[in-house]
Design a protein around this ligand. Structure first.
Ligand SMILES: [Zn+2]
Length: 184
């Protein structure tokens, strides 16, 4: 597959095209274009298909990278579940929302139970976080969510397309890989 630099460069190159395409598509609604472009950039750099293995996007999560560990264990690298542009994006959003709720509930539980000595349970904190997240979704402008979703899908698509193009070029090249190996 293309190396991490190639994926990064493709992502950066796509920024102006995504923005201009979004401007045309949404008739110059700049906020929609900014959200879609930011989401594409985020997907290309940090929220892409290669979170299914030790990769640069994974490392970019820094101290929070641990949330992607179960994802890596559960999904075989380059399966449709991570590399499908739409399916992979939908699953990552659901997975991230769940992990976000779990981490937030744990932090709130520790804070309330141990720092403030309140009567609470982890499940109660989890349910509060969950209902906050649902009400955020209810109140959010769906157009902006849609723009963000399309941007995320585009970022994932650019990654998977590059992976596929790379594999195709390599298979046409035939013995290319063998030659370079012998040279080493
Ligand atoms: Zn990949």
């Amino acid at each position: 597959m293309p190396n991490a630099d190639t994926h990064d460069i493709i992502t950066y190159v796509l920024v102006p095209f995504t923005y201009l395409g979004a401007e045309m598509y949404w008739g110059g609604d700049h906020l929609m274009s900014v959200i879609a472009t930011a989401a594409m950039l985020f997907a290309g750099l940090m929220f892409g298909p290669d979170l299914d293995l030790m990769s640069r996007p994974y490392k970019r999560w820094g101290p929070l990278r641990f949330i992607w560990k179960p994802y890596q264990v559960a999904l075989p690298h380059r399966s449709a579940l991570s590399h499908g542009p739409v399916l992979g994006t939908v699953l990552r959003i659901m997975y991230f929302a769940l992990m976000f709720a779990v981490v937030a509930a744990t932090l709130l539980y520790l804070r309330h139970a141990y720092l403030r000595g309140m009567q609470t349970t982890w499940t109660a904190e989890f349910n509060l976080v969950k209902s906050d997240m649902f009400s955020f979704y209810d109140q959010a402008d769906k157009n902006y969510l849609w723009a963000g979703f399309l941007g995320l899908c585009l970022g994932a698509l650019s990654h998977t397309a590059a992976d596929l193009a790379w594999s195709a070029v390599k298979s046409i090249g035939g013995g290319g890989k063998g030659r370079s190996r012998r040279r080493r």
